[in-house]
Write a protein of this length. Structure first.
Length: 382
């Protein structure tokens, strides 16, 4: 009986990940065509206690190739307890004294949170005072690529979307802990692209997300999920998809890749993954829930192979065969994803990561049912 369940689960897993691989290949790489810039953007960046990251973010904003009169930057201070604000102010003051450096239309506003979802409030506050119709969100620990806005602009000119999801990856580091996280994160990026490729988008990342302000207003912004601390990206994506799915696109371009920080230690990683898991039960898309459940079952099945073999509930040959099937299909999706992100060196850690990942994944899923999470000095519930 256990053998039949294991075989059925892995076959279902193979089918689901195979669909995402097919979808990944269906999303066309977008190439810049050197069109004259037209679109005006409001870049929205909430921050809380990001003193150590803000300088790199601001450096990358200064280096953006896009015409300065076509974008503004709104930084929202979400009750920072460090010197984040003074770092920004000092940076701008120093910048103003340097010659041959372009002026940045940048302002800092304060977020006065009154709900359990301060980040959504921060974004909403910024959108209310934004000057332009296109909103682009990112995070304060990110580094933006030089042609980031150019790529958004040309995609808008050619495809006329209402919403764009774009790629994110971690800054490359040499430790196994970082490579493990990067492989996990890139698997999510690959699945995100795959969902778009089969016309079933179900994920996005607020570190690289763009939409029309008019659409945000039309779907009533975050109203309806503003009591949930996380999910400022996926819940909004769901609303855009319900309103007009044909106007929601994935921007698959190396010129649009935003890089961000991996977790610094194991506790930070667990809290981060709990934060991500906290919004899963609130998703309304059946496809997203099927994907999540299938992946969880696939990892759980892999995890029980060893005790099942030892207790002779399943033969060693069948267990190894099923593990190789899961290992191979996961590798194929990851291979395509790391090749797009030009991070092929991460695959050197894939074998060991694939052995320990099922235990980590199942642990986080189990923990998320019972435990709240801590993030940036706050405790939040699901």
């Amino acid at each position: 009986m256990l053998t039949l369940i294991a075989i059925t689960t892995i076959i279902l897993y193979l089918f689901v990940i195979g669909m995402l691989i097919y979808g990944f290949d269906n999303v066309t790489d977008f190439k810049l065509q050197d069109l004259p810039a037209k679109t005006k953007f409001s870049i929205v960046i909430p921050f809380r206690n990001e003193a150590q990251n803000l300088s790199k973010l601001l450096d990358s904003i200064v280096k953006l190739n896009y015409p300065q009169h076509l974008f503004e930057v709104i930084l929202i201070n979400d009750a920072s307890e460090d010197d984040s604000v003074s770092i920004i102010e000092n940076y701008l003051l120093t910048l103003s004294k340097r010659q041959n450096v372009k002026h940045i239309d940048l302002k800092i506003i304060e977020n006065r949170s009154t709900t359990s979802s301060p980040k959504k409030e921060a974004i909403t506050s910024a959108i209310k005072v934004s000057k332009f119709n296109w909103i682009v969100t990112t995070d304060a620990d990110c580094v933006l690529p030089t042609y980031w806005l150019d790529t958004f602009d040309e995609f808008i000119q050619i495809n006329n979307p209402n919403c764009m999801v774009a790629p994110v990856t971690y800054h490359s580091k040499t430790s196994f802990f970082n490579r493990f996280q990067s492989l996990d994160f890139l698997s999510l990026q690959g699945a995100t692209m795959g969902g778009f490729g089969i016309k079933k988008p179900f994920m996005c990342n607020g570190a690289n997300f763009a939409y029309r302000k008019s659409e945000f207003i039309s779907v009533n912004g975050f109203i309806g999920n503003d009591t949930i601390a996380s999910g400022d990206d996926v819940f909004l994506l769901e609303k855009f998809l319900k309103r007009n799915p044909k106007k929601v696109s994935y921007l698959k371009s190396n010129n649009a890749i935003v890089t961000t920080n991996a977790a610094q230690n194991m506790n930070h990683l667990i809290q981060q993954r709990l934060r991500w898991a906290s919004k899963t039960s609130q998703l309304t898309q059946w496809f997203a829930k099927i994907i999540g459940l299938t992946v969880l079952l696939g990892n759980f099945t892999t995890l029980v192979f060893i005790p099942a073999v030892l207790m002779q509930y399943i033969s060693l040959k069948i267990a190894l065969a099923l593990f190789v099937i899961k290992f191979s299909i996961d590798f194929l999706l990851l291979f395509k994803t790391v090749r797009f992100f030009k991070q092929e060196n991460l695959l050197l850690s894939y074998l060991f990561s694939s052995v320990i990942y099922p235990a980590f994944s199942v642990y986080i899923a189990f923990l998320s049912f019972f435990k709240s999470y801590h993030w940036k000095g706050r405790t939040s519930k699901k």
